[in-house]
Ligand binder design. Structure first.
Ligand SMILES: [Zn+2]
Length: 86
């Protein structure tokens, strides 16, 4: 008879450490991967931004409410700042 089998619904967990890919400020390839590496003492998030093409690597710390894209924006600011100071 119409016996309905209830499938166990497995909750889909959102992985927080999914790498995001951005444009590398050094070589202009879309190969810069931001990986969350942990949380700092003040609850800040640490990201490692690494380019798979030119090998450029930069650690960026953002506040706890910010995301990978904010880390990337901060990186762009850092690069721009460096360019200005040279
Ligand atoms: Zn690069």
């Amino acid at each position: 008879m119409g016996r309905r089998r209830r499938r166990k619904v497995t909750p889909v967990k959102v992985r927080r450490s999914i790498p995001k890919v951005f444009r590398c400020p050094k070589c202009d390839n879309e190969s810069l991967v931001a990986t969350e590496t942990g949380t700092g003492e003040n609850g800040e998030k640490e990201f490692i931004l690494k380019c798979g093409v030119c090998g450029f690597t930069q650690k960026v710390t953002v506040n706890k409410n910010q995301q990978a894209v904010d880390a990337y924006n901060k990186l762009v600011d850092i690069i721009a700042g460096l360019a200005r100071s040279i």
